[in-house]
Design a protein around this ligand. Sequence first.
Ligand code: ADP
Length: 307
Amino acid sequence: MKSIKIFAPATVANLSCGFDVLGCCLDTVGDEMVISLSSKPGVRITKIEGADLPLDTKKNVAGVAVEALLANYENEIGVDIEIYKKIKAGSGIGSSAASSAGAVWAVNHLLNNPFSPHKLVEFAMEGEKLASGNAHADNVAPALLGGFTLVRSYAPLDVIKLHTPNDLVMTVIHPQIEVKTSDARSVIKQNVTLKQAIHQWGNVGGFISGLFTEDYELIGRSLEDVIIEPMRSILIPEFENVKKAAISAGALGCGISGSGPSIFALSKSITTAKNVAEVINDVYTKTGLDFDIHISKINSQGVKIIK
Ligand code: ADP
């Protein structure tokens, strides 16, 4: 039986201005999975540690994503999946995406890569559809391609890997309250004004230009969300105070990670990212809520094999 152990990375989606289209991959935060090929046909989740998630293949995003891959594979094979969860479900840092992306990446690797990374994004999106009812790619794309990614179009799917400036470091605070993606979507109004749209697409263009030219000031100026953040931030305790503290500690920008409740801040150095962690720690300690803070460089590789 061929088997590998992988690191399935956490991801930060939206990045303020790019709702449903921008995302990036983290390096020090993620799950572990052991994926094995088996001569017994079918997909089985054989073990889950660290979270109370369904073992039923059809209810676990990893199972659904691998089934989508196998439906496109010529031979009938079996796959056994063990999940060691470190990213909590509903954290807003791509818990479901890590499992979907990690599982399809590992199966593809064990089969000697019959599918391109872009095709794997499509399979992993089936897992996202199960988790949130919506086949979004803004977490699975960076988990599979690494670095920063843009979903230029959903129909047809057109995912682009962007440039990653070397000095960028993420600080992420995860308040231990669950905000379901479906709930976070329900607070969003379906219409935007032309004025808001102009503001937002200016920022998306600015952000991407800033990544390619490594213009950290421009990246910072572009990390602004006039559409989603004002509606969603009400679901996150102390959001405005965290943001103010992060910016005053030197962060380039700060916003909601995915559908929340996690909040991300992007900085130009590890020293600044640590200072940001300290000030947001101070803000959150006063709330009495449990929380985790992660500091991570951007992972330009995506899913990785662990020895
Ligand atoms: P996140 O934004 O952190 O990815 P979501 O709310 O999008 O969180 O996804 C979590 C949902 O997906 C939960 O309802 C969870 O039960 C379901 N789920 C199914 N399988 C998994 C899995 N392997 N890992 C994480 N969540 C899973």
